[in-house]
Structure formats: structure tokens, C-alpha cells
Write a protein that binds this ligand. Structure first.
Ligand SMILES: [Zn+2]
Length: 293
């Protein structure tokens, strides 16, 4: 079993042993673009060897968000230009210690040594939705690769998706996995909005392959669409349950106990989502409590 999936036309996805995390490599003689290169040192060596073998002179790295498993690759391409959302640098500075601890711990548990440290950085190229112009995208060209980057809040403030429009291919960051439920960092409305925007792109035929940050690739609009619907259903069921519990005057721990009965992806699985679900309930419960009566 190779960790590589060839999507054709120079686009490859490499899956890590850690959390089934996906890194993308867009390879061309002129310009290579990496999306979230990671996670273990041996895996980054493997990605670097693929870039080297192609003899590509210019490398750019797009970081979809600041979570530890997505931001470790920079030392392997010290000359590469980096791209990220406007808030990425501040989040990396805030979380640098935790990112290094995760990298070191996961490498050790996989029988490897993490020796490259972690230095927070500001991306060379900053992506920000331009709300003043009513625009919500950044389109960037890297050699032959034309990428449309969109902010995708709900999981992490700095999250962006990477759309290779001419290939109808979306790198969805930590969204729409077949292993993970929506992993909230704030009340569900933002996540729901992000999913709805992606759904619209699928519906009008602009996405038919979807590469999530973790797990397997969704092939075809039908499968991509099904993942959106599944995640929207999860958010709706969870939020409705939390609102009912809140109205009934249940405290947080009893709300979490009640909602533990809910069915969801990754429940009791080897890659368990139970803590994520419990935390989603907490975030939602607290946000409902802040709403005006
Ligand atoms: Zn994440």
C-alpha cells in the first residue's frame, strides 16, 4: 500500500500515518505547490524527494490553517514562498509551544525523532476575503497552477480551502472528512455557512473531487454532496439537542450526558470523535447561553 494517490495531471496526495492527514503536491517542471506538507519527518523526507526528483526550481507552500499537523513542513523547503490566511502568523505565535509538543510526541510514538523544532512565521502571501468589495476569494497563480483560496471559518479562524478550479478539485482543509465530525472552534453557524458555500460550488459543477485534511478522497459530486449533507445534519441535530436541553434548564454536564446518546461519525471508533462531540456540545451550549433572551 502506497501512501500516494495520483489524481492525474501532476496532482498527487500523500497520506500520513498520523490521523490519516493528507498533504497535496502539485508538481510541474516550473513550479511545485505543496498544501499542508506533513506530518512525520520520514513522510516530509518522502515529499521532499518527490519534489527534488522533478527538478522543480520554485516551490510554494499553502497552509490551510494553524493546527499543528498542518504547519510542520516549512523547514524541508526553507526557500519556499508561503501562503496563508491573515490570522495564521498570530495563531502560530500563540500556539508554537503546543505545536512543537504535538510534533515531538507524535514522532516519538511513531518511532521517529522530531529534530527541526518549530518556528512560527508570517506567510509571505496573505489571503483575506475582501468584504469591502463584496469579494470572498483570492485567486493566485503559481506557475501553471491557478488556485482560488477562500476563507472557511468554523473550525479554526485562519482556515482556508484551496480550489483548483480548472481541475474541479477542492482541498477542503479540516472539513468534510469521512473520519471526523465537524470539529467546532465556535458556535455552529460559521461552520454551517462554510459548508453551504462549498455545497453551492458542488451543485454548480465546480467541484467533483474533494480532498479532506483527514481520511479518504470524495470522488464525484454525489459523494462530496453526501458529506456536506451528513455534516450539516450532524450540526443541526447537535444544535437542536443543545437548545432543547438549554431550554429545559439542564446544566452543561447534563447536556453533554444527554447528547452523548446521539449517533455520529466516529462514535467509539478507533479514531474516536467522542471528545470532539463533547466539546462541540460545550461550545454550542455556551453560545446559546450568550444569546439575548
Ligand atoms: Zn484542524
Amino acid at each position: 500500500m502506497t501512501p500516494w494517490t495520483d489524481l492525474g495531471g501532476g496532482v498527487q496526495v500523500r497520506q500520513s500515518r498520523v490521523c490519516w492527514m493528507n498533504s497535496a503536491l502539485l508538481l510541474d517542471r516550473e513550479h511545485a505547490v505543496l498544501v499542508d506538507p506533513g506530518v512525520l519527518p520520514s513522510e516530509l523526507d518522502d515529499l521532499a524527494a518527490a519534489v527534488r526528483a522533478a527538478g522543480t526550481p520554485t516551490v510554494s507552500i499553502v497552509f490551510t490553517h494553524s493546527h499543528w499537523d498542518h504547519v510542520l513542513g516549512r523547514p524541508w523547503w526553507p526557500q519556499a514562498g508561503t501562503v496563508g490566511q491573515a490570522g495564521l502568523g498570530a495563531e502560530l505565535r500563540r500556539d508554537a509551544g503546543a505545536i512543537l509538543a504535538e510534533a515531538t510526541g507524535h514522532a516519538a510514538r511513531s518511532g521517529e525523532a522530531w529534530s527541526r523544532g518549530f518556528q512560527p512565521f508570517e506567510p509571505d502571501l496573505v489571503v483575506e476575503d475582501d468584504r469591502s468589495l463584496g469579494r470572498d476569494v483570492s485567486a493566485l497563480a503559481f506557475g501553471p497552477w491557478r488556485l482560488v483560496l477562500r476563507e472557511a471559518p468554523g473550525h479554526c479562524d485562519s482556515q482556508i480551502t484551496v480550489h483548483l478550479e480548472d481541475r474541479r478539485l477542492l482541498f477542503a482543509a479540516d472539513l468534510l472528512s469521512d473520519l471526523e465530525i465537524p470539529w467546532l472552534d465556535r458556535e455552529p453557524a460559521h461552520y454551517r455557512h462554510t459548508l453551504t458555500r462549498i455545497d453551492l460550488l458542488i451543485s454548480c459543477g465546480r467541484i467533483d473531487t474533494l480532498v479532506p485534511g483527514h481520511g479518504s478522497i470524495a470522488r464525484g459530486a454525489g459523494e462530496a454532496h453526501a458529506r456536506v449533507r451528513r455534516d450539516l445534519r450532524y450540526l443541526d441535530t447537535m444544535e437542536t439537542g443543545v437548545r432543547e436541553a438549554h431550554r429545559a434548564g439542564l446544566p452543561l454536564d447534563e447536556t453533554q450526558a444527554r447528547l452523548a446518546a446521539m449517533d455520529y461519525l466516529g462514535k467509539g471508533a478507533a479514531y474516536p470523535m467522542d471528545d470532539v462531540h463533547r466539546e462541540n456540545v460545550r461550545i454550542t451550549w455556551e453560545s446559546v447561553g450568550r444569546e439575548p433572551a
